[in-house]
Design a protein around this ligand. Structure first.
Ligand code: EPU
Length: 412
């Protein structure tokens, strides 16, 4: 059943929730598996619409996959075809197929990627990096064409850190004979997961310092097995939900990936205890804070909007500076319609906590806005959440997990 709207009936959140594998790790690793010539088995892959859309695209391109109980088996056999399928326009991660096709066939024709609308999301670093590797790039309306008659090892310094461009350039470099270097590369743990995966399989990749990545090849195995790391954004989402709970234990996580978010929780007076592979959060009387999203290990741009519903109600002024995307503020408009005193000035979200917010129909316009407004609906049970397909892009088993921890709701 395709559901569009959620109405929360009652919330007595407590118990425990298991965190699934990372979306932003699984997507690059699925792409990277396609350039190896061996069967790949991935564990802990979240069953979410972004993953299913990527699988649809690679299935249409001739690759056989089976995906059950978070185990994904990829029997890689891609056909040389044009990637002009509708699913390409639906997700951001379809652009990882650029490096895959260039590596395998020396060329690619592909639609511009889709993904959440967060302001302009250029892909110039990807294309500049490909050019450094010997590719010729042309763009025609919504279609990108790349040709590489002869690929060569490259050194490329990104103007600013980009997760997506780092992924694309690692995948391409891992199939070029010789040593390539990416400077000012992304420091996110999802990149380390990709590096681990490639090292298990077909190439040698390592970090030199925190933001230089060196790629050489070859290291061919006959099959690859890999377990994807836990999703730190999903974990943070349940940490926030835990702030409304008697006691919520969040399991199967790596707290080392959440150092700054945990710091902000403590700074805000949150009742939080951190263990080796779990975190326990309880209902808390928060105090206002100042926060900022940025490159890892900073608070992630995906995590920050999840805090706004709480600080809309906390006495005093809280200020959050968005350090990555130019326009990730649609959740603020929705909270403002509810009466929150929340204003956006350039890249700063300024919130003056108040106690008289109204209930409303809430319409998120991206994945993390949907998670943020889900939290708003847990706090204020008279509001209703629409556009649930955004939530389904990135949260594995979301309805089942919410029910298990005591949220009662109806879906329409
Ligand atoms: N940028 C450029 N040129 C480029 C590439 C990036 O100017 O060629 C800029 C972007 O506009 C942005 C910054 O660099 O200002 C960083 O963007 P990045 O490339 O790191 O983001 P992304 O790879 O497009 C991924 C995740 C996002 C997550 C960001 C930041 C996937 C599929 N998407 O996007 O995830 O917010 O990294 O960590 O991995 C989400 O999960 O909700 C989500 C949007």
């Amino acid at each position: 059943m395709k559901v569009m709207k959620m109405k929360v009936l009652d919330s007595k959140i407590k118990g425990s929730v298991k965190i699934s594998g990372s979306k932003n790790s699984s997507l690059p690793i699925i792409a990277a598996s396609l350039v190896s010539s061996v069967k790949t088995t991935l564990y802990n892959v979240p069953n979410i619409s972004d993953i299913n859309n990527l699988l649809k695209i690679i299935n249409k391109a001739g690759c056989d996959t089976s995906f059950k109980n978070n185990k994904l088996v990829i029997n890689n056999r891609l056909n040389d075809c044009e990637l002009l399928f509708d699913e390409v326009k639906k997700i951001r991660a379809s652009y990882y197929l650029m490096s895959v096709f260039i590596a395998l066939f020396g060329k690619v024709t592909i639609y511009y990627p889709g993904g959440c609308s967060l302001g302009s999301r250029p892909i110039d670093y990807h294309l500049e990096g490909f050019k450094a590797a010997g590719c010729v790039v042309s763009e025609d309306g919504n279609v990108i064409k790349i040709n590489a008659s002869k690929l060569k090892p490259f050194i490329y310094k990104m103007e600013r850190k980009s997760l997506g461009a780092t992924v694309n350039l690692i995948i391409l470099a891992s199939k070029i004979h010789g040593r390539s270097v990416i400077k000012n590369a992304s420091t996110e743990p999802e990149i380390d997961d990709l590096i681990d995966f490639i090292n298990k399989g077909y190439s040698k990749v390592y970090r030199k310092g925190s933001d230089i990545i060196v790629i050489g090849n070859t290291n061919i195995k006959d099959k690859i097995k890999h377990k994807v790391i836990p999703d730190r954004i999903e974990c943070f989402t349940y940490m926030c939900i835990g702030l409304t709970s008697d006691k919520l234990k969040i399991k199967n996580i790596n707290p080392n990936h959440l150092t700054l978010p945990i710091y902000y929780f403590k700074e805000a007076n949150a009742n939080i205890k951190v263990y080796k592979n779990s975190i326990v959060v309880k209902r808390s009387k928060l105090k206002s804070i100042t926060g900022c999203s940025g490159d890892y290990p900073s608070l992630s741009t995906d995590q920050m909007p999840l805090l706004y519903p709480f600080f809309s109600r906390v006495d005093g002024i809280s200020v959050f500076t968005e350090g990555i995307f130019e326009n990730r503020f649609n959740v603020c408009d929705e909270l403002k319609r509810k009466g929150a005193c929340i204003n956006v000035e350039k890249n700063k979200v300024i919130i003056n906590g108040c106690s008289d917010m109204k209930s409303n129909q809430l319409y998120p316009k991206d994945l993390r806005a949907a998670a943020s407004l889900l939290i708003e609906c847990i706090i204020d049970q008279k509001s209703q959440l629409h556009n649930l397909y955004y939530l389904e892009r990135g949260y594995d088993n979301i309805y089942k997990k919410l029910k298990k921890i005591g949220l009662k709701f109806e879906l329409e």
